[in-house]
Design a protein around this ligand. Structure first.
Ligand SMILES: Cc1cc2nc3c(=O)[nH]c(=O)nc-3n(C[C@H](O)[C@H](O)[C@H](O)COP(=O)(O)OP(=O)(O)OC[C@H]3O[C@@H](n4cnc5c(N)ncnc54)[C@H](O)[C@@H]3O)c2cc1C
Length: 605
C-alpha cells in the first residue's frame, strides 16, 4: 500500500492510495481510494462493482504500469482527473493553480502571432505618404490623429477605426481588415508591391500581459499542411508586420526564392522565425491544447481557489458578494449611465476560465495541466481542425484518409506506389487537386469523384489565373477531358454511396452506379473549426445562433471595430472564424482588438 500526496497546492488534501498485486510481469491495480480527508470514502472505486466507475479503473490500469504511476505523481493526477471526470462522484477536487492574464489567445497561427505582436507593445503609425493611394483615407488619417491627445505621434491603435474605415472597398467585407490591408500592402490588388504606409514603434508601456496557446509550434495550420504545396497567395502576402517575407526567404539556406508563390514549408518556418525575431516566444506556450473554457461571474464563489495574481479590480467586496445571485458587470448588462453630465460605463467583469494541458516533447509527450483566468478570451483557432466527412457507411475504415498529409506519408513510406490499386480522391477544390498532383507525381493511378459538373461556374479553378496556377489548371483540364490521360478516371456528378471493407466502393451518379476497387480513399471536402472546448457556448456565437460555426456560412458574429462577440462580452474572435481566410486580411482583427483594449483601459471601472 502506497500513499502519494497529489497536488502541490490542493484545495483539499487529496491522497490516492493504491493497493497492488503483482503476478509475473503484470501489475494490477486492485483498488483506488480518492480520499478527501473527510474519512468518507464515497468515491471509492472497486474492481468488483459493475457500474460506470469500473471502466475508470480499467483506464487507469491501461494507461500506466504501476512503476510509472509511482514514479510520477503527474501520471496519477492525470489518471485520477480522468477517473473523476468520468465517474459519477466528484467528492474530491484536484486543482491546478490558475494564472491571471489580461488576454488569453487560443490558437498560435498567423492570427495569434500578429495579435501577440500588437499586444507586446508594437503599435502602427501612419507615415503620411498615402495621398496618392487613397486620398480620402489619407485626410481621414490626418484628421483622426489631430483629434488625439498627441497629434504628432498618434498611433492608429488610438484612433476611431469606424471613422477611418468607412467606405473602403476591396476583397474583404470587414472594413477594418481593408483599412489595415490598404496601409500595409498599398494597391496590392493591382499586383503592386509598394512599401507599407505604416511605421512601427515598440513601447513597453503599451504591452498587455497575454499568453498564446496552440497545439503545435507557432504557425498554426501552416505547420500541418503538406510542405511541398505552394501557397495560393503571393509569398509576400503571407508576411506579418516588420519582417519582409522576401528578404527573410533570401536568407534561408535552401534559397528556394520564387517570384510569386511560396512553399508551405517556408511559410511555416517564417512564422516560427517571426516569433523568435520579435521576441514573442515569452508569450507563446506551444504543444498546448485547451480542453475547457467556462464563463464565470467575477464573484468569490465562482473564482478558482488558487490564483495568486488576480488584479485588484477583480477582487470583490466580500461583504457585498454573498447577496448576489446573478452574473454581474458585463458590457451588455450594464446600461450607460450619465452622472453629472459625464458618461460612465462599467467595465466587463466576467472572467473566462481556460483549462488544458501542455505536452512536453522532451519528456515523452507527458501532459501538464494549466489553468488561466482572463477578462479577454480571443479565439484564433482557424478552421482546419476537423475535416468534413461524407457520412457514408465505411468511412471509418482504416484505408479512408481525410488529409493530404496522410496521403503523402503513405507515399513516402512506400505503402502506396505505382503498383497499387487506384487511389480514389473525392472533391473538386484545391486540396483534392493537390492530392491528385501528389498521386500522379508518383505514377499512382487515380479515380476522381466529384459532385459538381465540370462546367460549374463556382469551381475554384475558374477563378485562378492560368499563368499563376498552371498545376491547378492542368488538373482542371484532366477533369474536362479524362479520356486523354492515362491512369486517371473522372466520375463527374457522382457521390460515394458505400465503402466496403474489401476496398470496393459503390459510386452513384445521375444516370448510373457502379463499383470500383481502390487501395485508399482520400476525402478532400474541406474542414470546420472544433470549438467543443467552449462546452456549448459556441452554439450561441454564430451569425445564425444555434447552428455550428462555419467560416463561410456561419462565422462568429462580431462587432467589426472591436472583434468582440456580439453575444458574449469579453470573447473575441479573429481569422477564418470570423470569415477572414487570408493572412493579408486577418491582421486587421489584431488592430481592432488592440484598439478596443486601449479604449477600454481609459474607461472608469
Ligand atoms: C490548403 C490550404 C491552403 C491555404 N493557402 C492560403 C494562402 O495561400 N494564403 C492565405 O492567406 N491563406 C491560405 N490558407 C488559409 C490559412 O490557413 C489561414 O489564412 C490562416 O492559417 C488562418 O490563421 P489562424 O491563425 O486564424 O488559424 P490557423 O492557422 O488555422 O491556426 C489555428 C491554430 O489553433 C490551433 N487550435 C485549435 N483548437 C485549439 C485548442 N483547443 N487548443 C489549442 N490550439 C488550438 C489549431 O490547431 C491551429 O494550429 C490556406 C488554408 C489551407 C487549408
Amino acid at each position: 500500500m502506497v500513499a502519494i500526496p497529489l497536488c502541490p497546492q490542493p484545495a483539499v488534501d487529496v491522497v490516492v492510495t493504491l493497493q497492488t498485486a503483482a503476478s509475473n510481469d503484470t501489475v494490477t491495480v486492485l483498488d483506488v481510494n480518492i480520499d478527501d480527508g473527510s474519512g468518507d470514502n464515497a468515491s471509492h472505486h472497486d474492481l468488483d462493482s459493475q457500474d460506470e466507475e469500473n471502466n475508470d479503473i480499467t483506464d487507469l490500469e491501461a494507461n500506466h504500469g504501476l512503476a510509472d504511476l509511482l514514479s510520477d505523481p503527474d501520471n496519477i493526477l492525470e489518471s485520477c482527473n480522468k477517473c473523476m471526470s468520468n465517474g459519477k462522484s466528484r467528492r474530491a477536487s484536484l486543482t491546478t493553480p490558475s494564472v491571471y492574464k489580461d488576454v488569453v489567445v487560443v490558437g498560435n497561427g498567423p492570427s495569434g502571432i500578429v495579435l501577440s505582436y500588437f499586444l507586446a507593445g508594437n503599435w502602427p503609425y501612419y507615415n503620411g505618404c498615402g495621398e496618392s493611394i487613397n486620398e480620402m483615407l489619407h485626410y481621414r488619417l490626418l484628421a483622426a490623429s489631430s483629434a488625439t491627445k498627441n497629434p504628432q505621434n498618434s498611433s492608429i491603435v488610438e484612433q476611431d477605426l469606424r471613422f477611418l474605415a468607412q467606405g473602403l472597398e476591396g476583397r474583404s467585407t470587414n472594413p477594418v481588415a481593408l483599412l489595415f490591408d490598404i496601409l500595409n500592402h498599398p494597391d496590392a490588388d493591382l499586383g503592386l508591391e509598394l512599401p507599407s504606409l505604416l511605421e512601427w514603434q515598440n513601447n513597453p508601456k503599451h504591452a498587455v500581459e497575454h499568453v498564446v496557446l496552440g497545439k503545435g509550434p507557432p504557425g498554426g495550420a501552416w505547420q500541418l499542411m503538406d510542405g511541398n504545396v505552394l501557397t495560393i497567395s503571393l509569398g509576400c502576402w503571407m508576411e506579418l508586420p516588420q519582417m519582409n517575407f522576401r528578404e527573410w526567404e533570401a536568407t534561408q539556406e535552401a534559397r528556394c526564392v520564387r517570384d510569386s508563390r511560396a512553399s508551405v514549408a517556408s511559410v511555416a518556418q517564417y512564422y516560427c522565425d517571426y516569433v523568435l525575431a520579435h521576441r514573442l516566444e515569452q508569450y507563446f506556450v506551444s504543444n498546448s491544447e485547451i480542453t475547457e473554457v467556462t464563463r464565470i461571474p467575477c464573484s468569490s464563489a465562482g473564482l478558482p481557489t488558487i490564483c495568486d495574481n488576480l488584479p485588484a479590480d477583480l477582487q470583490l467586496d466580500a461583504a457585498e458578494e454573498p447577496t448576489r445571485k446573478v452574473r454581474r458587470h458585463t458590457i451588455s448588462e450594464i446600461p450607460v449611465n450619465s452622472q453629472n453630465g459625464r458618461e460612465l460605463r462599467k467595465r466587463n467583469r466576467t472572467l473566462w476560465h481556460v483549462k488544458g494541458y501542455t505536452r512536453d516533447p522532451a519528456n515523452g509527450g507527458r501532459k501538464k495541466d494549466f489553468s488561466y483566468l482572463t477578462k479577454h478570451l480571443v479565439l484564433a483557432t482557424g478552421s482546419s481542425d476537423s475535416p468534413n466527412i461524407l457520412n457514408v457507411p465505411g468511412e471509418h475504415l482504416d484505408f479512408v484518409l481525410h488529409s493530404l498529409k496522410h496521403l503523402e506519408q503513405l507515399i513516402t513510406s512506400g505503402q502506396l506506389n505505382q503498383d497499387s490499386d487506384p487511389v480514389l480522391i473525392v472533391g473538386a477544390g484545391l486540396s483534392a487537386a493537390d492530392a491528385i498532383i501528389a498521386a500522379r507525381f508518383h505514377s499512382i493511378p487515380v479515380i476522381h469523384v466529384f459532385r459538381r459538373t465540370v462546367d460549374d461556374k463556382n469551381l475554384i479553378f475558374k477563378q485562378l489565373p492560368e499563368n499563376m496556377y498552371p498545376e491547378y489548371h492542368k488538373v482542371y483540364q484532366m477533369m474536362q477531358d479524362p479520356s486523354s490521360y492515362d491512369e486517371y478516371k473522372a466520375f463527374e456528378q457522382h457521390v460515394i454511396a458505400e465503402i466496403r471493407p474489401d476496398r470496393r466502393v459503390k459510386l452513384m451518379g445521375p444516370l448510373s452506379c457502379g463499383v470500383v476497387k481502390v487501395s485508399h480513399i482520400v476525402i478532400c471536402i474541406g474542414s470546420h473549426p472544433d470549438l467543443s472546448f467552449l462546452r456549448g457556448i459556441e452554439r450561441n456565437l454564430g451569425v445564425h445562433p444555434g447552428l455550428p460555426i462555419d467560416c463561410k456560412r456561419n462565422p462568429i458574429a462580431i462587432d467589426v471595430s472591436t472583434h468582440e462577440s456580439v453575444r458574449e462580452p469579453g470573447l473575441f474572435a479573429v481569422g477564418p472564424l470570423v470569415g477572414e481566410n487570408f493572412v493579408r486580411f486577418l491582421q486587421g482583427g489584431a488592430l481592432a482588438i488592440t484598439n478596443h483594449l486601449n479604449q477600454s483601459k481609459k474607461l472608469p471601472c
